[in-house]
Design a protein around this ligand. Structure first.
Ligand code: SF4
Length: 297
Protein backbone atom coordinates (compact mmCIF):
# COMPACT_ATOMS: atom_id res chain seq x y z
CA UNK A 1 0.00 0.00 0.00
CA UNK A 2 1.31 3.43 -0.82
CA UNK A 3 1.46 6.06 1.87
CA UNK A 4 -0.59 9.14 0.96
CA UNK A 5 1.49 11.27 3.35
CA UNK A 6 4.74 10.58 1.47
CA UNK A 7 3.49 10.06 -2.09
CA UNK A 8 3.86 13.09 -4.31
CA UNK A 9 1.15 11.92 -6.75
CA UNK A 10 -2.34 13.21 -6.05
CA UNK A 11 -4.98 10.49 -5.61
CA UNK A 12 -7.91 11.24 -7.93
CA UNK A 13 -11.49 11.32 -6.66
CA UNK A 14 -12.77 9.14 -9.45
CA UNK A 15 -11.40 6.68 -11.99
CA UNK A 16 -12.00 5.69 -15.57
CA UNK A 17 -11.53 2.30 -17.18
CA UNK A 18 -8.23 3.59 -18.61
CA UNK A 19 -6.78 4.02 -15.12
CA UNK A 20 -6.88 0.25 -14.65
CA UNK A 21 -5.24 -0.65 -17.97
CA UNK A 22 -1.55 -1.47 -17.62
CA UNK A 23 1.07 -0.80 -20.27
CA UNK A 24 1.53 -4.55 -20.81
CA UNK A 25 -0.01 -5.58 -24.12
CA UNK A 26 -2.15 -8.75 -23.86
CA UNK A 27 -0.74 -11.72 -25.79
CA UNK A 28 -4.03 -13.63 -26.03
CA UNK A 29 -4.93 -14.89 -29.52
CA UNK A 30 -6.83 -12.31 -31.62
CA UNK A 31 -10.54 -12.69 -30.84
CA UNK A 32 -10.05 -14.51 -27.51
CA UNK A 33 -12.96 -13.87 -25.15
CA UNK A 34 -10.55 -12.85 -22.41
CA UNK A 35 -10.06 -9.43 -24.08
CA UNK A 36 -13.70 -8.71 -23.35
CA UNK A 37 -13.33 -9.93 -19.79
CA UNK A 38 -10.41 -7.66 -18.98
CA UNK A 39 -12.27 -4.69 -20.50
CA UNK A 40 -15.28 -5.51 -18.31
CA UNK A 41 -12.97 -5.67 -15.28
CA UNK A 42 -11.59 -2.19 -16.11
CA UNK A 43 -15.13 -0.79 -16.29
CA UNK A 44 -16.25 -2.49 -13.09
CA UNK A 45 -13.22 -1.23 -11.16
CA UNK A 46 -13.72 2.31 -12.46
CA UNK A 47 -17.29 2.22 -11.14
CA UNK A 48 -16.16 0.82 -7.80
CA UNK A 49 -13.81 3.81 -7.52
CA UNK A 50 -11.03 2.33 -5.38
CA UNK A 51 -7.49 3.33 -6.44
CA UNK A 52 -5.41 0.61 -8.14
CA UNK A 53 -3.00 0.38 -5.20
CA UNK A 54 -5.87 -0.77 -2.96
CA UNK A 55 -6.66 -3.72 -5.21
CA UNK A 56 -4.96 -7.13 -5.20
CA UNK A 57 -5.63 -9.28 -8.25
CA UNK A 58 -4.60 -12.91 -7.84
CA UNK A 59 -4.64 -15.63 -10.49
CA UNK A 60 -3.56 -19.20 -11.08
CA UNK A 61 -2.05 -20.53 -14.31
CA UNK A 62 -3.51 -20.59 -17.80
CA UNK A 63 -4.27 -18.15 -20.61
CA UNK A 64 -6.87 -16.32 -18.53
CA UNK A 65 -4.60 -16.15 -15.49
CA UNK A 66 -2.48 -13.59 -17.28
CA UNK A 67 -5.21 -11.05 -16.54
CA UNK A 68 -3.72 -9.37 -13.43
CA UNK A 69 -0.73 -8.23 -15.47
CA UNK A 70 -2.99 -6.32 -17.80
CA UNK A 71 -4.34 -4.20 -14.96
CA UNK A 72 -2.71 -1.54 -12.79
CA UNK A 73 -3.77 -3.33 -9.59
CA UNK A 74 -1.24 -5.25 -7.55
CA UNK A 75 -1.08 -8.63 -9.24
CA UNK A 76 0.15 -12.11 -8.38
CA UNK A 77 0.15 -14.78 -11.10
CA UNK A 78 0.56 -17.69 -8.69
CA UNK A 79 0.67 -21.47 -9.21
CA UNK A 80 -1.79 -23.78 -10.91
CA UNK A 81 -5.04 -24.14 -8.95
CA UNK A 82 -3.79 -22.24 -5.90
CA UNK A 83 -5.10 -18.74 -6.54
CA UNK A 84 -7.88 -19.04 -3.94
CA UNK A 85 -5.72 -20.05 -0.95
CA UNK A 86 -3.19 -17.35 -1.78
CA UNK A 87 -5.92 -14.74 -2.22
CA UNK A 88 -7.43 -15.70 1.14
CA UNK A 89 -4.04 -15.26 2.81
CA UNK A 90 -3.67 -11.85 1.19
CA UNK A 91 -7.14 -10.80 2.35
CA UNK A 92 -6.31 -11.91 5.91
CA UNK A 93 -3.03 -9.98 5.89
CA UNK A 94 -4.60 -6.89 4.31
CA UNK A 95 -8.34 -6.95 5.06
CA UNK A 96 -8.75 -3.43 3.69
CA UNK A 97 -7.70 -4.59 0.20
CA UNK A 98 -10.22 -5.27 -2.52
CA UNK A 99 -9.28 -8.82 -3.53
CA UNK A 100 -10.10 -10.21 -6.97
CA UNK A 101 -9.26 -13.78 -7.95
CA UNK A 102 -9.26 -15.08 -11.51
CA UNK A 103 -8.46 -18.21 -13.44
CA UNK A 104 -9.74 -20.69 -15.94
CA UNK A 105 -12.08 -23.63 -15.58
CA UNK A 106 -9.21 -26.12 -15.34
CA UNK A 107 -7.42 -24.02 -12.75
CA UNK A 108 -10.60 -23.59 -10.70
CA UNK A 109 -12.49 -26.85 -11.07
CA UNK A 110 -9.81 -29.44 -11.72
CA UNK A 111 -6.42 -28.61 -10.23
CA UNK A 112 -7.89 -26.15 -7.73
CA UNK A 113 -11.31 -27.77 -7.36
CA UNK A 114 -10.66 -28.82 -3.77
CA UNK A 115 -10.10 -25.23 -2.69
CA UNK A 116 -13.42 -23.87 -3.93
CA UNK A 117 -15.73 -25.38 -1.24
CA UNK A 118 -13.44 -24.21 1.55
CA UNK A 119 -13.20 -20.68 0.20
CA UNK A 120 -17.01 -20.63 0.04
CA UNK A 121 -17.61 -21.96 3.55
CA UNK A 122 -14.87 -19.71 4.96
CA UNK A 123 -16.56 -16.73 3.27
CA UNK A 124 -13.85 -14.12 3.04
CA UNK A 125 -14.91 -10.99 1.23
CA UNK A 126 -13.43 -11.62 -2.21
CA UNK A 127 -14.60 -12.06 -5.79
CA UNK A 128 -13.72 -15.11 -7.86
CA UNK A 129 -13.94 -14.75 -11.67
CA UNK A 130 -13.67 -17.99 -13.63
CA UNK A 131 -13.04 -17.61 -17.35
CA UNK A 132 -14.72 -20.79 -18.43
CA UNK A 133 -13.70 -21.66 -22.00
CA UNK A 134 -14.27 -25.39 -21.54
CA UNK A 135 -10.77 -26.28 -22.70
CA UNK A 136 -7.12 -26.01 -21.72
CA UNK A 137 -5.98 -23.30 -24.15
CA UNK A 138 -2.46 -22.56 -22.90
CA UNK A 139 -1.33 -26.15 -23.29
CA UNK A 140 -2.88 -26.38 -26.78
CA UNK A 141 -6.36 -27.74 -26.37
CA UNK A 142 -6.84 -30.66 -23.98
CA UNK A 143 -10.20 -31.50 -22.40
CA UNK A 144 -10.93 -29.48 -19.28
CA UNK A 145 -13.34 -30.29 -16.42
CA UNK A 146 -16.10 -28.26 -18.08
CA UNK A 147 -15.67 -29.65 -21.63
CA UNK A 148 -19.04 -30.96 -22.81
CA UNK A 149 -19.37 -34.70 -23.45
CA UNK A 150 -18.34 -35.45 -27.02
CA UNK A 151 -15.92 -32.48 -27.30
CA UNK A 152 -13.14 -33.30 -29.74
CA UNK A 153 -9.76 -31.62 -29.28
CA UNK A 154 -6.35 -32.05 -30.90
CA UNK A 155 -5.49 -34.52 -28.12
CA UNK A 156 -8.95 -36.13 -27.76
CA UNK A 157 -9.75 -37.16 -31.30
CA UNK A 158 -12.68 -39.42 -30.37
CA UNK A 159 -14.38 -36.87 -28.13
CA UNK A 160 -14.87 -36.60 -24.38
CA UNK A 161 -16.61 -39.57 -22.75
CA UNK A 162 -17.04 -37.75 -19.41
CA UNK A 163 -19.79 -35.46 -18.21
CA UNK A 164 -18.61 -31.92 -17.39
CA UNK A 165 -18.45 -30.30 -13.98
CA UNK A 166 -21.21 -27.71 -13.61
CA UNK A 167 -19.44 -24.71 -12.02
CA UNK A 168 -22.67 -22.88 -11.19
CA UNK A 169 -24.25 -25.81 -9.40
CA UNK A 170 -20.94 -26.58 -7.71
CA UNK A 171 -20.70 -23.20 -5.99
CA UNK A 172 -24.44 -22.95 -5.29
CA UNK A 173 -24.40 -26.37 -3.63
CA UNK A 174 -21.60 -25.28 -1.30
CA UNK A 175 -23.54 -22.18 -0.26
CA UNK A 176 -21.93 -19.30 -2.15
CA UNK A 177 -23.77 -16.07 -1.35
CA UNK A 178 -23.43 -14.51 -4.80
CA UNK A 179 -23.43 -16.54 -8.02
CA UNK A 180 -23.64 -15.06 -11.50
CA UNK A 181 -22.76 -15.84 -15.08
CA UNK A 182 -21.75 -13.48 -17.88
CA UNK A 183 -20.31 -13.46 -21.37
CA UNK A 184 -17.84 -11.06 -22.99
CA UNK A 185 -20.24 -10.75 -25.93
CA UNK A 186 -22.37 -8.66 -23.53
CA UNK A 187 -19.58 -6.47 -22.18
CA UNK A 188 -21.85 -3.96 -20.47
CA UNK A 189 -23.79 -6.71 -18.71
CA UNK A 190 -20.59 -8.47 -17.70
CA UNK A 191 -19.07 -5.28 -16.26
CA UNK A 192 -22.22 -4.74 -14.18
CA UNK A 193 -22.11 -8.33 -12.89
CA UNK A 194 -18.46 -8.01 -11.88
CA UNK A 195 -19.20 -4.73 -10.12
CA UNK A 196 -22.15 -6.25 -8.27
CA UNK A 197 -20.05 -9.26 -7.29
CA UNK A 198 -17.33 -6.99 -5.89
CA UNK A 199 -19.91 -5.01 -3.92
CA UNK A 200 -21.37 -8.19 -2.39
CA UNK A 201 -19.98 -8.51 1.15
CA UNK A 202 -18.60 -12.05 1.12
CA UNK A 203 -17.43 -14.72 -1.30
CA UNK A 204 -18.84 -13.93 -4.74
CA UNK A 205 -18.50 -15.97 -7.90
CA UNK A 206 -18.90 -15.03 -11.56
CA UNK A 207 -18.66 -17.76 -14.19
CA UNK A 208 -17.69 -16.11 -17.47
CA UNK A 209 -18.18 -18.19 -20.58
CA UNK A 210 -15.18 -16.75 -22.39
CA UNK A 211 -14.63 -18.46 -25.75
CA UNK A 212 -11.30 -19.90 -26.77
CA UNK A 213 -11.28 -19.04 -30.46
CA UNK A 214 -8.25 -21.18 -31.18
CA UNK A 215 -9.14 -24.55 -29.64
CA UNK A 216 -12.74 -24.08 -28.54
CA UNK A 217 -16.02 -25.28 -29.93
CA UNK A 218 -17.14 -23.02 -32.82
CA UNK A 219 -20.67 -23.05 -31.33
CA UNK A 220 -19.38 -21.25 -28.31
CA UNK A 221 -17.75 -18.32 -30.06
CA UNK A 222 -18.61 -14.68 -29.43
CA UNK A 223 -21.20 -14.17 -32.16
CA UNK A 224 -23.14 -17.33 -31.40
CA UNK A 225 -23.05 -16.47 -27.69
CA UNK A 226 -24.95 -13.27 -28.41
CA UNK A 227 -27.65 -15.22 -30.19
CA UNK A 228 -27.85 -17.95 -27.53
CA UNK A 229 -27.70 -15.92 -24.31
CA UNK A 230 -30.84 -15.45 -22.24
CA UNK A 231 -30.87 -12.81 -19.54
CA UNK A 232 -32.19 -14.09 -16.23
CA UNK A 233 -33.73 -10.67 -15.59
CA UNK A 234 -35.86 -11.08 -18.75
CA UNK A 235 -37.16 -14.39 -17.37
CA UNK A 236 -38.28 -12.63 -14.19
CA UNK A 237 -35.94 -14.80 -12.11
CA UNK A 238 -36.03 -14.07 -8.36
CA UNK A 239 -32.34 -13.93 -7.48
CA UNK A 240 -33.06 -14.54 -3.78
CA UNK A 241 -34.52 -17.99 -4.57
CA UNK A 242 -31.61 -20.42 -4.23
CA UNK A 243 -33.61 -23.53 -5.20
CA UNK A 244 -34.82 -21.88 -8.41
CA UNK A 245 -31.26 -20.69 -9.03
CA UNK A 246 -30.09 -24.31 -8.80
CA UNK A 247 -32.78 -25.45 -11.24
CA UNK A 248 -31.67 -22.84 -13.76
CA UNK A 249 -28.01 -23.57 -13.11
CA UNK A 250 -28.60 -27.25 -13.86
CA UNK A 251 -29.13 -26.20 -17.49
CA UNK A 252 -25.50 -25.04 -17.69
CA UNK A 253 -24.70 -27.40 -20.59
CA UNK A 254 -27.78 -26.58 -22.64
CA UNK A 255 -28.83 -22.96 -21.94
CA UNK A 256 -26.67 -19.88 -21.77
CA UNK A 257 -28.22 -17.88 -18.94
CA UNK A 258 -26.60 -14.59 -17.98
CA UNK A 259 -27.16 -12.49 -14.89
CA UNK A 260 -27.38 -13.16 -11.18
CA UNK A 261 -28.54 -16.69 -10.32
CA UNK A 262 -28.42 -16.12 -6.58
CA UNK A 263 -27.72 -13.29 -4.18
CA UNK A 264 -28.16 -13.90 -0.48
CA UNK A 265 -30.49 -11.13 0.73
CA UNK A 266 -29.03 -11.43 4.25
CA UNK A 267 -25.28 -11.87 3.81
CA UNK A 268 -23.70 -13.50 6.87
CA UNK A 269 -20.64 -12.01 8.59
CA UNK A 270 -17.45 -12.68 6.67
CA UNK A 271 -14.46 -14.60 8.01
CA UNK A 272 -12.31 -11.47 7.84
CA UNK A 273 -14.81 -9.51 9.93
CA UNK A 274 -14.93 -12.31 12.55
CA UNK A 275 -11.17 -12.29 12.81
CA UNK A 276 -11.03 -8.52 13.03
CA UNK A 277 -13.54 -8.53 15.90
CA UNK A 278 -11.71 -11.33 17.69
CA UNK A 279 -8.42 -9.54 17.35
CA UNK A 280 -9.92 -6.36 18.78
CA UNK A 281 -11.34 -8.30 21.71
CA UNK A 282 -8.15 -10.18 22.43
CA UNK A 283 -5.63 -7.40 22.12
CA UNK A 284 -7.12 -4.02 21.21
CA UNK A 285 -3.80 -2.17 21.65
CA UNK A 286 -1.57 -4.64 19.82
CA UNK A 287 -0.24 -4.10 16.31
CA UNK A 288 -1.96 -6.13 13.54
CA UNK A 289 0.80 -8.78 13.33
CA UNK A 290 0.86 -9.25 17.11
CA UNK A 291 -2.92 -9.64 17.08
CA UNK A 292 -2.68 -12.29 14.39
CA UNK A 293 -0.01 -14.12 16.40
CA UNK A 294 -2.17 -13.86 19.53
CA UNK A 295 -4.88 -15.74 17.67
CA UNK A 296 -2.66 -18.46 16.30
CA UNK A 297 -0.54 -19.28 19.39
FE1 SF4 B 1 -7.59 -17.38 -25.69
FE2 SF4 B 1 -7.68 -19.93 -26.51
FE3 SF4 B 1 -5.79 -18.32 -27.43
FE4 SF4 B 1 -5.73 -19.12 -24.90
S1 SF4 B 1 -5.52 -20.42 -26.72
S2 SF4 B 1 -5.36 -17.03 -25.62
S3 SF4 B 1 -7.92 -19.18 -24.38
S4 SF4 B 1 -8.02 -18.11 -27.76
Amino acid sequence: MSDEATCACPIPDSYTAKDFRSTLKPIWCPGCGDYGVVSAVYRALANIGRPPHEIAFISGIGCSSRIPGYTTAYGFNTVHGRALPIAQGIKMAGPELLVLVAGGDGDGFSIGGGHVPHAIRRNLDLTYLVMDNQIYGLTKGQLSPTSPRGTKTPSSLYGSIEDPVNPLLYVLAYGAGFVAQGVPADMEGLAKLIEEAIRYPGFSFVNIQSPCVTYGDAENQLKSQKARMKKLSDLGHDQTNRIRAMELASEYSTSLYTGVFYKNPNPPATYDSYIKNLQQELAPQAKPLDRLLALTT
